[in-house]
Design a protein around this ligand. Structure first.
Ligand code: TRP
Length: 332
């Protein structure tokens, strides 16, 4: 039997090239090897009180973009968390065995206290219990997440094991972070420092939905320097970053061409950026076209969401039924 994979996607905004090479390509690969559940974590996003319009818009965006990137609803189960309310029932049971002290010690909670001191709600405190419910609901053993989620996974194992001990059953398996970072492609940003990240602002990011015009503009404004001053010198970070991006989207010949211009001190950043922008446009355009087509196709999106919810519910209802019985809820 295939192992079960669960991952939640926060509906926060548009996907950029960094997300694509980080999480998304791995989700796409995984769906052929595992029994995958990918869900859009709209319940989690309520901690920040989005407006109803924003909430729906974000969820729709994420659904469209993940489908456009190649998540196949026939291969994996893609669903919207709030369509499967069984998760909230499991969340309640886990809240009964999650201790205040351990929830308060979670680094993500401590970060939130700092970043949103005016909205330290109980949902933030029990975020790890909801995340554990997402994972345990399908009895997943593998969770493809980044390093920042390690602690949440550890808490998930703690809650699952505690439940097992309390009810004297070998019920929930232990889920572990699925580490695919060895073969991660490093995607730097356009702002001259570090990786592509939304927290650095839109100028750092090329979004999958960016049009040709937007891409040209962003790349033309990318940070460089005054140019090489000796032959074969090493490249400063900002310039190396653009070369790294070119490595991802351009042909090996193109990369070698500009590399040798740089080494011979003959590079013109204007030409270099133009080529990079055009190659990014070619790389992005099939995905962008699918995003545009899917955005128009509400019938298809509705069908995918409905089918996903049905498949997720089947798994969720089985777990909830067994959990209720273990807890001791009995009908007369
Ligand atoms: N906490 C995750 C994040 O911030 C999102 C998430 C919610 C999740 N539930 C999950 C990830 C379950 C994996 C499994 O990115």
């Amino acid at each position: 039997m295939k192992e079960t994979v669960v991952s939640g996607i926060r509906p926060t905004g548009k996907l950029h090239l960094g997300n694509y090479f980080g999480a998304v390509t791995n989700f796409v690969k995984m769906q052929y090897d595992y029994n995958c559940f990918f869900f859009i974590a709209d319940l989690h996003s309520l901690t920040t009180h989005p407006t109803p319009q924003d909430l729906h818009g974000y969820v729709r965006h994420v659904l469209v973009e993940y489908l456009a990137c190649g998540i196949d609803p026939e291969q994996s189960t893609i669903y919207i968390q709030s369509d499967v309310p069984e998760v909230t029932e499991l969340y309640l049971y886990l809240n009964m065995i999650a201790y205040l002290g351990e929830l308060e010690r979670s680094t993500s909670f401590k970060d939130k206290i700092r970043s949103q001191p005016d909205n330290v709600n109980a949902g933030l405190l029990t975020y790890p219990a909801l995340m554990a419910a997402d994972i345990l609901l399908h009895k997943a053993t593998k969770v493809p997440v980044g390093k920042d989620q390690e602690q949440h996974l550890e808490m998930t194992r703690t809650f699952g094991n505690r439940f097992n001990r309390l009810y004297n059953a070998e019920y929930f398996p232990e889920p572990f972070a699925f580490n695919y970072s060895e073969n991660l492609v490093k995607v730097p940003g356009l702002d001259g420092k570090g990786k592509m990240s939304k927290s650095e602002g839109d100028i750092s990011c090329i979004y999958l939905a960016d049009t040709a015009e937007v891409i040209r503009k962003k790349v033309s404004r990318a940070v460089t320097d005054g140019g090489p001053i000796t032959e074969n010198q090493s490249k400063p970070e900002a310039v190396q970053n653009l070369f790294d991006l070119m490595k991802i989207v351009s042909s090996a010949d193109t990369l070698a061409h500009f590399d040798s211009l740089y080494n011979g001190m003959a590079i013109r950043y204007g030409d270099f950026k133009k080529q990079l922008a055009e190659d990014m446009i070619v790389f992005n355009s099939p995905i962008r076209e699918r995003i545009e087509a899917l955005s128009e196709d509400n019938t298809y999106l509705a069908k995918v969401a409905k089918r996903g919810a049905e498949k997720a519910k089947e798994s969720a209802q089985k777990t909830i039924k067994e959990v209720r019985s273990l807890i001791g809820f009995k009908s007369f």
